[in-house]
Structure formats: structure tokens, C-alpha cells
Design a protein around this ligand. Structure first.
Ligand code: ADP
Ligand code: ZN
Length: 737
């Protein structure tokens, strides 16, 4: 009978049958409901009642049947959205298993667009009307000409006004006269089609060889990963766009992940030049309605090409054929809050589930990807030189022990001269310092007191632009104190050490005629503002760029010919297992900003330890040598990528509580010992208090092949932490603070 009904309704579950629904609510189980009058099928997006509310969910399978039948409630309705495909359901499940994340959190990640349960909404668009206006003005003529010439386009009021260069009142005036018609059209409209057959730029021989290799991999129609390595400016983007073209030509969807949303302005323009239209965008800088449009169009395959930040990996693609992870070594691919996943690694997983190809592109790959290529798991593709006449910058160290610098100054005479030479030549110079704010420490010269955050074990950082002290852990700010909070001495508070704002001050004094631009993430209210600033600078709107690591990430500054690294030793001090790798990558990336166009560039690195092996590797450019040495060290230590790690972070307002559980975990490590894993800790985290919560860490180390997740789950399940305590598991941790 049930089967017959299912056939009649053409669905998995006829009305009234028991279904299991995964909701976005933080309940650690699938909930049982009754199928609605329309019936429903696995993967359907639904709305279900939960307590007094209606929440979003997905039909996950048959109901478990362990819930009192009399109390079962009915699915409210099936949403008008393409069902979640099996591939995505499997991907969410596998990511949850890998990262030890509850499924509802995974579903939230996959539905991060507002109004998915709302009926399709409408917006007003403008078309040519039937009547002629009695009086014409130049502005009116422009509007009517555009509408006449582009009759297949649907302009909103703002788009039309922008396009015609008129105020919106000109258009509303024409509507009143009947010369322009106002229509309602669905808001979530498809994206303009991209044309993969349009010719790309003429590629160099080396680029052709790599493009052929990538196209051939797309044609296999199966999973595979290629590590595309090439110095900045060698044409990696140009070449992987050829792979995108092949993928689109096959009728499959393509996704490019970028680490930094400020990159997209330049990137979108390049896609438009190549394919005749822009791709869909998915990142924090797009409006909520655009997000919903993107989500829906991806699901119905009316978005062929998406460029986005890491969470774009969880969009409901109908037929994903290629994912490019650009700047694959970038640490921002690891999400450090909520679901602790690494988008680069999960990309490889998703691609393997949907027969897609992956391209990991970087000038300085992560040791993880390098090791996978060495082991033959990834293909390699390499672009050697920079395209055209652009050559790699010359790299030199400035030995700070030999520079006579007075206290409170950080730009050495040697660097100063080099900057002056660029200014005289009408070129741009960059000063790089990876420290936000004015000074990292504020200290009382009378009593030595350092201003710290009241909620965190962290120093407050002076931000002179904002005229405030700020905690970089919790974001708390407070006014700069006039008197020392401890000894009450007036006017004794002093800045110690440099931040980018202080560099700007020093540069202004040394180079009074130069136009300065400071690029630091906290100085821009929005991603869009930052994007605009970068574009202005690229066009020559500044002579000296002073920036944090924000500037290292692939922006094109064609006029830039000198990069000065203020403190090349900064990253080497940490105890982080990746300190050497990170410094190597960052320094090479920053240096790569110089000399992109037709002028050769120079990178000067101020260092107190010019003989440090990492500094020497950076200067010599012997990358393979560096990777081999680094790989050998990690192998000997049994750490990633040659061993596995997981971090456990316990936090609570109650310090006793975190140590009690930490010690209990350490004692109860039998499930871990069974797989040969070791537990270290508990120990106070390097930042032992954040936002008023005390933090304790444990570290688990296991062999590469060990079934780590299963053991971790068993281990943690032995304990029931108090409600005030938060326990998070970070598999493959990148950050150890
Ligand atoms: P990467 O991604 O490796 O940094 P890009 O693809 O951004 O390199 O190329 C660097 C610059 O060189 C860009 O401005 C790009 O347009 C240009 N370029 C690269 N290859 C070619 C080519 N074959 N023809 C014309 N311009 C090219
Ligand atoms: Zn704080």
C-alpha cells in the first residue's frame, strides 16, 4: 500500500509516513516528522514546526520511529527549491565526521542565504514604453537610447540611472509620461551566460603546455588534483581560466575560491574580459539578496561560474566540474570559528565525491600540498618565469646590526635611500610590517605598567587613527589614558615598538613630499572600501604603500618596484610548528609584489639575523631546498603533514572547571592510546583568557594512518562537561593560540 502511494505521489515518502528531518537547529539528532499532504522525498528542503517556531530542514531519510507516534507533527511544506543532491548530503556528512561537527551546524553552513523559505520575491525593472515624451532633453534621450539598444536587459532604477548617467528622477519622470514602462520581475534572476568559446589572451609556450595539461584533466570527467605552482605574475590565473573555459564548455559548473575578497574586483574584470560576463559572487561583501540569488541559481545550474570565499564550497552545485583554490597556502582557508574546517582540504573531498578536478594554485604552496605532490597523490604543473618582461625581484638583506638607527626609528638609512630613489623615478615603494595599529605595547615610563585588556590576557594596542586602545583578541576598545591607570602619573604613557600606523608617521617625516597610503584591515569600514582603496593605489594614487599582510595577497600594483620588509624576523619568533614555513611564504609573497610590469623590482629585508636558515633560503630563492629541509624536520618530529594532530580547547569563566576537565581528559586517554596516539597537556593556552573565558589546551598527536576522529569521539564522549564550559576540537589545527 505504501509503495503504491509513493508511486501515485511520485515521491519517496507518501503523505503521513514517518520521515527523518535534519534541521538547522542545534539539536544533536535527526527529528521525526510526518510527511506532508504532497508527500516528500529525500533531499527535499522543508519547513517544519519546532516548538512554537517554523524552521528550515532537509528530508534526510526514513524516520527513526523511536518517537511517540501520537506526538508526531507534520512537515509544514516542501520548499520551492531544488532538493539537496546526494553528493552534497554525503559531503556534509563526511565533513562533519572529519571535523567532529554536529550535522545541524553543517546544514547551517550549506544554507547561509536568507529567505530560502520565502516565496520568490519581485523587483521593479524598467523597459521602453509606448509613448514619446513631448519634450526631449539630453538626459531623457540617453535613457531612451539605452533602453532601445538593450531591450533584452532588465535594468533596476539604480542600474539604469547609473548606466545613463542621470538621476533617478529623470527615469520616474519618463514613467509618468508613458515613455518608460515599470514592470515587476523575479528578483532571483539567472546570471548572464558566460561564453567559454571567446578567445583568451595569446599564451606563451610554457603557459600553453600547462593549459593543455589542465584541459586534459578536465576532459577525463573524473576526480583529480593538480598543484599549480608558479611565481607571482607567471600567469597562473590566465592558465586556470583556460581550465574553467574547458569545464564550462562541457556544461559543468566551476568554482574559484579566493582568500581575500578584495581580490575579486580585479578578478571579476578579468573573468568578464575572458568570458564576456561576470561570474556569480559569494562572500561577506555581497548583499543578502544577492547571496540568495547566487544560492538559488547555483542550485538550478543557472550560475555557471562562482567566485567566492571559502564557504562557497558548501553551495548546492548541480554539476560541479572544477574547483580552483587560489593562493592555496593561505591560512584564511581554515575557518577558526564555528565549524573548524579547512576549505582547501574539504575541496579535495568534495571534488572526489562529484568527479570534479581541483587546481591548487600558489607561488609558495603549503608543505601539505607539496608533500601530496611528492607522494604522487597530486599532479604537478609548473610555470617558471614571470610573463613577458617582468622579472622576479632581486632580494637582499639589510643587516640591522650594522645600521645606525636611533631608538624609536625602524626605517634604516639603506632602506630610506632605496625608497628615495624610487620616489625620484616616479615609482611606488611599499613598506611591509605585519602589525596593525600604532604600537604593540603601551607602557608607563614612571612605573612600567603595561595596559592590558580587562577581558583577555592580551596587551591593548594603540590605534592612533581611532584615538583608542584596542584588544586584538576581543575587539574591546577604550580611550587612550592620559594618566597611568596604576601609578596615576600624568603624561607618562609611551608607545613601545612599531605598528603600521607608526611606520606611516616615520615615513611622513622621512619623505615629506610622498603621498602615503596605509593598508590595514582595521582601517576600512567595509570590504568594498578596501577594494576601492586598492584600486586607487594600483592606478598610482599613492607613492608609498604601508601595509600589513593584507598587501601580500596577490594584488596587482603595476607601478610598485620596491618592497621594504621592516622586520623580517617577526614571524620567526613564534613556537608555531609552521613558523618557518609561514615566514618563507609571507616574505616571498610580499617580495613578489614588486616589479610586476615592465620595470624590475627589488625587495629589501631588514633583519637582525641574516644568517638564519629561513632568511637565507628566502634570499637564495632555493625553494625546493627549503621544502626538502623543512619536510625532513617535520618527518623526524612526526608532525603534520607526516603525522596527525588535533587541538582541544576548553574555555570557561571558571578557571578551576577548565583545568578539572583538562586533567580528566588527560587521565582518560585510553581510547587514544589504543590507536597509539599521545595526549599533551592540559596547559594554559598562549592567550590564557579571551573575552573573560579562561582557556586551556590539550594536543593530540597520532601517526598519519591512525583512525584519529573515531578515537577522539570516543575519548570525549566519556565526559559530560558542565554547561558553562565550551569544548572544541580542532582537527589539523593551524593556529595554536
Ligand atoms: P599569477 O596568477 O601567476 O600571479 P597572472 O595570471 O595574474 O599571474 O598574470 C600576471 C599578469 O600578466 C597579469 O596582468 C596577466 O594579465 C598578464 N599575463 C599573463 N599571461 C599573459 C599572456 N599570455 N598574455 C598577456 N598577458 C598575460
Ligand atoms: Zn580583549
Amino acid at each position: 500500500m505504501t509503495d503504491l502511494l509513493a508511486v501515485t505521489f511520485n515521491c519517496d515518502f507518501p503523505p503521513g509516513s514517518r520521515v527523518g528531518v535534519l534541521t538547522t537547529q542545534p539539536l544533536d539528532r535527526i527529528l521525526d516528522y510526518l510527511a506532508p499532504e504532497t508527500g516528500c522525498s529525500v533531499g527535499d528542503f522543508v519547513e517544519v514546526p519546532l516548538g512554537p517556531r517554523k524552521v528550515l530542514g532537509v528530508i534526510w531519510g526514513q524516520g527513526a520511529g523511536d518517537f511517540d507516534a501520537a506526538k508526531l507533527r507534520r512537515v509544514t511544506r516542501v520548499l520551492d527549491a531544488p532538493p539537496m543532491r546526494e553528493e552534497l548530503r554525503t559531503f556534509l556528512g563526511r565533513t562533519a565526521d572529519y571535523t567532529l561537527t554536529p550535522m545541524p551546524a553543517m546544514l547551517r553552513l550549506a544554507t547561509r542565504a536568507p529567505g530560502l523559505s520565502d516565496p520568490p520575491s519581485m523587483r521593479k525593472v524598467y523597459k521602453l514604453g509606448d509613448d514619446e515624451p513631448s519634450r526631449m532633453t539630453p538626459a531623457r534621450t540617453r535613457v531612451l537610447d539605452i533602453l532601445g539598444a538593450m531591450s533584452d536587459q532588465a535594468f533596476t532604477l539604480k542600474e539604469l540611472a547609473d548606466h545613463a548617467g542621470v538621476t533617478s528622477s529623470v527615469i520616474t519622470g519618463l514613467v509618468k509620461l508613458g515613455a518608460v514602462r515599470e514592470e515587476a520581475s523575479p528578483r532571483d534572476s539567472p546570471y548572464p551566460r558566460l561564453d567559454p568559446a571567446r578567445p583568451g589572451v595569446a599564451l606563451s609556450d610554457a603557459q600553453v603546455a600547462v593549459a593543455d595539461q589542465l584541459r586534459a584533466s578536465i576532459r577525463t570527467g573524473t576526480y583529480g588534483t593538480t598543484l599549480l605552482k608558479g611565481v607571482t605574475g607567471s600567469g597562473k590565473t590566465e592558465v586556470y581560466l583556460e581550465a574553467v573555459a574547458e569545464c564550462l564548455a562541457k556544461g559543468r559548473q566551476a568554482l574559484v575560491l579566493l582568500p581575500e575578497i578584495a581580490l575579486t574586483g580585479e578578478f571579476l574584470a578579468r573573468v568578464e574580459a575572458r568570458f564576456g560576463a561576470r561570474p556569480a559572487e559569494w562572500h561577506s561583501g555581497v548583499t543578502l539578496t544577492e547571496r540568495r540569488r547566487c544560492w538559488k541559481m547555483v542550485a538550478s545550474a543557472e550560475a555557471q561560474f562562482v567566485v567566492g570565499a571559502r564557504s562557497a564550497l558548501f553551495l548546492p552545485f548541480r554539476d560541479l566540474g572544477l574547483v580552483v583554490v587560489d593562493e592555496e597556502h593561505d591560512t584564511s582557508y581554515k575557518q577558526e570559528e564555528g565549524v573548524l574546517y579547512n576549505a582547501r582540504d574539504m575541496t579535495v573531498l568534495r571534488a572526489s565525491l562529484c568527479d570534479a578536478q581541483v587546481i591548487l594554485a600558489s607561488a609558495t604552496p603549503s608543505l601539505e600540498s607539496w608533500a601530496n605532490a611528492e607522494a604522487g597523490k597530486y599532479q604537478r604543473a609548473e610555470l617558471g618565469a614571470r610573463f613577458g618582461t617582468a622579472v622576479l625581484p632581486e632580494m637582499r638583506a639589510i643587516d640591522m646590526r650594522a645600521e645606525n638607527l636611533p631608538g624609536g626609528r625602524w626605517i634604516s638609512p639603506t632602506l630610506q635611500k632605496a625608497v628615495e630613489a624610487r620616489l625620484d623615478a616616479g615609482e611606488q615603494a611599499m613598506l611591509f610590517l605585519n602589525r596593525r595599529g600604532y604600537a604593540p605595547v603601551t607602557v608607563c615610563r614612571a612605573c612600567g605598567y603595561q595596559v592590558g585588556c580587562t577581558h583577555c590576557d592580551a596587551r591593548m594596542v594603540e590605534h592612533r587613527f581611532l584615538k583608542r586602545l584596542m584588544c586584538h583578541q576581543c575587539g574591546e576598545t577604550r580611550p587612550m589614558p592620559q594618566a597611568c591607570p596604576a601609578c596615576k602619573a600624568e603624561g607618562k604613557m609611551a608607545a613601545v615598538g612599531p605598528g603600521v600606523e607608526r611606520m606611516a608617521e616615520e615615513a611622513a617625516a622621512l619623505f615629506p613630499k610622498a603621498r602615503l597610503a596605509v593598508l590595514s584591515s582595521d582601517l576600512f569600514g567595509s570590504a568594498r572600501a578596501l577594494k576601492e582603496a586598492i584600486e586607487t593605489i594600483a592606478q598610482g594614487g599613492a607613492d608609498i604603500i604601508i601595509g600589513t599582510q593584507l598587501v601580500a595577497k596577490g594584488h596587482n600594483f603595476p607601478l610598485l618596484t620596491l618592497v621594504g620588509v621592516i622586520d623580517a624576523d617577526l614571524g620567526l619568533m613564534g613556537s608555531d610548528l609552521r613558523a618557518a614555513e609561514r615566514t618563507f611564504q609571507l616574505m616571498r609573497q610580499v617580495a613578489g609584489r614588486a616589479g610586476r610590469a615592465d620595470k624590475p623590482g627589488t625587495a629589501l629585508m631588514q633583519t637582525h639575523q641574516p644568517d638564519h636558515p629561513v632568511i637565507r633560503a628566502i634570499l637564495s630563492g632555493d625553494e625546493e631546498g627549503f621544502w626538502r629541509a623543512e619536510a625532513a624536520e617535520r618527518q623526524a618530529a612526526g608532525v603534520p603533514p607526516y603525522g596527525r594532530m588535533a587541538g582541544i580547547i576548553l574555555s570557561s569563566p571558571n578557571v578551576q572547571e577548565v583545568f578539572d576537565l583538562g586533567e580528566a581528559l588527560a587521565r582518560g586517554d585510553a581510547p587514544l592510546r589504543r590507536i597509539g596516539a599521545q595526549v599533551f597537556g592540559p596547559a594554559p593556552a598562549p592567550i590564557a583568557r579571551v573575552r573573560g573565558r579562561h582557556r586551556v589546551r590539550l594536543l593530540v598527536k597520532a601517526d598519519k594512518g591512525a583512525p584519529l576522529q573515531a578515537a577522539l569521539a570516543q575519548w570525549i564522549a566519556q565526559f559530560k562537561p558542565p554547561n558553562t564550559l565550551r569544548l572544541s576540537v580542532d582537527v589539523d589545527p593551524q593556529s595554536f593560540y
